[in-house]
Design a protein around this ligand. Structure first.
Ligand SMILES: Cc1cc2nc3c(=O)[nH]c(=O)nc-3n(C[C@H](O)[C@H](O)[C@H](O)COP(=O)(O)O)c2cc1C
Length: 427
């Protein structure tokens, strides 16, 4: 098993350093030197390095970061905004929190460099309402950065100016979706908007807007220091670099661990998670946050943590939230919790999502309580299918995918909960 050596870590190398969240300690570790270096480069050179790195967004969709930045119409004459997405609400995902609380200056440095690259003078850091402690730490860190001249007018004597505003959400999963986030920031209901136009062209206040995840932006200083090529030397195939994986569920050592993309999932669970708790047998693994379809134990045997392998198994790396499910845990109970969550979080704009999430929850609950028939099983599948790709944003898909995934990969277990009924019932 080849693991990432601690000194090769990109995001967590200094994480154990006491008081790393303070400016003086971050600077003692070389903090903000990459900003100085970046300010001597041209914005286009920075975008080029990020393209070369192969970095893909860590918020879930995995869109190439450099490519997204180059979609911005720099000559439109409108203000350009850079929004940092710290909404982190997908169940099983808690990696951004580690950066926000333990290493906020690495993120702030990443935001300043990225804003310079995309010609933005105003940036908002949108943080979920529940992250009160992280917001307190960030507020202080942003203040320190202003005091030291890293934020504000003519940063470090350069022509780059940036204001960074921390904005606390009110606790809604939908506000993590980039256009929902934009609506919320505009003071409206947190409801997504149709794409196109994509935010890079017309986003916040109808101006060009780049939305990036916390982990994505916190990676930028390292790319400036070492170059895009050095970054792309990490990982495999289309999955470059390292990632913060959140490990939860039935393991001995749940937590956030940085690893190189492409590591075998089984090794990851064994080494970082310390294996299954109480020696339990594995039933399934959710690989990328609760909206991603599960892997069976046979798939876990050969799965590697990269985009292509996950596609092969009909699932995604998503937000990096790995949830380990033991043999004794009921999958229908798990589905009941998940479907209730997505039902509760649907913004209600689109009919397939508003109605569909509630139907999924009701049908799953019925099956869990022994009241479901084979017809309900089939209807559940049909309803979930009808929710895929039919709405403004992907929350509907997020609700449907785990249902479809568990029904497809574990049909016997789900069917075992069905009411034994008269012949022909529900067929
Ligand atoms: C329902 C839904 C919820 C989302 N929640 C988050 C979130 O909490 N954090 C995040 O970074 N991206 C989230 N995303 C993805 C964002 O829409 C967007 O793709 C991402 O912030 C872009 O940043 P990246 O390119 O750096 O990944 C969500 C998407 C959907 C459809």
């Amino acid at each position: 098993m080849k693991l990432l050596a601690p000194e090769r870590r990109i995001l967590t190398r200094d994480l154990e350093t006491p008081q790393l969240h303070t400016l003086s300690v971050y600077e003692s570790k070389g903090g903000y030197q990459n900003l100085k270096k970046a300010l001597k480069m041209s914005p286009d050179q920075i975008i080029e390095e990020v393209k070369k790195s192969g970095l893909r967004g860590r918020g879930g969709a995995g869109f190439p970061t450099g490519q997204k930045w180059s979609f911005v119409p720099f000559q439109s004459g409108k203000p350009i905004y850079l929004l940092c997405n710290a909404d982190e609400s997908e169940p099983g995902t808690f990696k951004d929190r580690v950066i926000l609380e333990k290493n906020p200056h690495q993120l702030i440095e990443g935001i300043i460099i990225s804003a310079f690259a995309v010609r933005s003078k105003k940036s908002y850091l949108y943080i979920r309402g529940e992250y009160a402690e992280a917001a307190r730490i960030l507020e202080k860190a942003i203040h320190e950065a202003y005091e030291r001249g890293y934020l504000g007018k003519n940063i470090l004597g350069s022509s780059h100016t940036l204001d960074l505003v921390l904005h606390r959400g009110a606790g809604a999963y939908i506000c993590g979706e980039e256009t929902g986030l934009i609506s919320s920031l505009e003071g409206k209901k947190g409801q997504p908007k149709l794409k196109p136009p994509f935010p890079a062209v017309s986003g916040f206040l109808n101006c060009p807007t780049v939305v990036n995840n916390v982990e994505t932006l916190a990676t930028i200083p390292w790319i400036i220091e070492h170059g895009g090529e050095a970054y792309s030397a990490y990982g495999v195939g289309t999955a470059k670099g390292t990632r913060l994986f959140c490990l939860s569920g039935w393991v001995n050592k749940p937590g956030v661990y940085e690893e190189e993309m492409g590591i075998p999932l089984k090794d990851f669970i064994e080494h970082y998670g310390g294996g299954m708790k109480d020696g339990a047998k594995l039933k399934a693994v959710i690989p990328g946050g609760s909206s991603t379809p599960p892997l069976t134990p046979a798939e876990v045997e050969t799965a590697t943590l990269d985009y292509d392998c996950m596609t092969k198994f009909g699932t995604f790396l998503g937000s990096g939230g790995i949830i380990v499910i033991p043999e004794h845990f009921s999958l229908i109970t798990l589905l009941e919790r998940l479907t209730e969550f997505y039902w509760d979080e649907s913004c209600g704009q689109c009919t397939p999502c508003r109605e569909g999430t509630g139907w999924l929850y009701k049908m799953v609950k019925g099956i869990e309580h022994g009241e479901g028939t084979l017809k309900d099983f089939n209807d559940l599948q049909k309803t979930a299918k009808s929710m895929m790709g039919t709405t403004i944003c992907a929350l509907s898909d997020a609700a449907a995918m785990p249902v479809l995934g568990f029904l497809k990969k574990f049909p016997e277990e789900i069917k075992a909960h069905l009411k034994t009924s008269a012949a022909g019932d529900g067929v």
